[in-house]
Design a protein around this ligand. Structure first.
Ligand code: NCD
Length: 305
């Protein structure tokens, strides 16, 4: 039985296969409409979510399966003090596969060790978010044509932004990927990514504070929201929340074919005027999220069509 905790749980070859499958699903959705008939997906979300939970549910419904689950810790037995280990043992009796989002780092891993069904980490605190990374990889591969030979700027909350941590882990395995890490001093990338992932693998990267200084060289700009829920005090959040605002003026500094990605939800960091720019790819990205999750469910359930 296989789980997905981190994007590194798949080899580059397996990731390629998964993205090929997602592309085939995008082109031939009818072919997959009954692939999961009779199967159930549980979504156990202890933290708020719109895209991740609903795209998982849409993915399973598109495959002919059914879904069950809860959307907040308050509405589950966690509110009564049940451990995640006990919860997953019980859910293993009700469903065939489970996606878990939890505010604590490592929660999905703990669950997977007690689970009788494949567990997917749908975000564990400020740590990892591998299915967002699959979504990001599919978006880049489909719209940019390749995953290697790119310069990617990651901008905003690089400290708490789990999507950024997972994406860096995944992208360093492709050839000639350069990173420009754009953040205020207080929201810089954690040492365990800078030292143990980037430096340890000899990856080219630089850290800058001004978005304007980086725009001209980027093939991809990955914007992120300042992660309010992970701040220790509200004043720091208020001071930092509007540090970056991507607007039409700044887009003029970018390459003609640069892509703007954002895992969403957006707050103020991308002005709505950018939405009409052909380089804005974030809503398309949300659509790709359904195809990669369909491909992931089929892969973990070992179903071939
Ligand atoms: C991200 C997350 O939950 O980490 N959202 C998502 O899943 N698309 C990004 C965020 O919340 O800022």
């Amino acid at each position: 039985m296989r789980h997905l905790m981190s994007p590194l749980d798949f080899s580059v070859e397996e990731l390629d296969q998964l993205l090929d499958l997602a592309e085939d699903i995008e082109k031939n959705p009818k072919k997959y409409a009954h692939a999961c008939d009779g199967k159930k997906l549980a979504t156990c979300f202890y933290e708020p979510s719109t895209r991740t939970r609903l795209s998982f549910e849409a993915a399973m419904l598109n495959l002919g399966g059914s879904v069950l689950g809860f959307a907040s810790a308050d509405s589950s037995s966690a509110a009564k003090g049940e451990s995640i280990s006990d919860t997953i043992r019980v859910i293993s009796c009700y469903a065939d596969i489970c996606a878990i989002r939890h505010p604590k780092e490592g929660a999905a891993l703990v669950a997977s060790s007690k689970s009788g069904i494949p567990v997917i980490n749908a975000g564990d605190g400020g740590h990892q978010h591998p299915t967002q990374t699959l979504t990001d990889l599919m978006t880049i591969r489909s719209l940019n044509g390749r995953l290697g030979n790119i310069t990617i700027g990651l901008c905003g909350d690089l400290k708490f932004g789990r999507t950024v941590h997972s994406l860096i882990n995944a992208l360093i395995r492709y050839e000639n990927v350069k990173f420009v890490l754009i953040s205020p001093e207080e929201l810089k990338i954690p040492d365990y990514i800078r030292d143990d992932v980037l430096r340890a693998n000899g990856i080219e990267f630089k850290e800058v504070e001004r978005l304007e200084d980086a725009m001209h060289e980027l093939d991809i700009l990955y914007m992120t929201r300042v992660q309010r829920e992970r701040f220790f005090n509200e004043e720091d959040y208020i001071r930092l929340k509007d540090y970056y605002i991507l607007n039409g003026e700044k887009m003029k500094l970018a390459k003609e074919n640069m892509l703007v990605l954002h895992p969403l939800p957006r707050v103020n960091e991308i002005s709505v005027e950018v939405d009409d720019d052909p380089r804005a790819a974030y809503f398309k990205q949300a659509q790709y999220g359904v195809y990669v999750r369909m491909a992931l469910i089929l892969t973990l359930l070992d179903i071939t069509v």
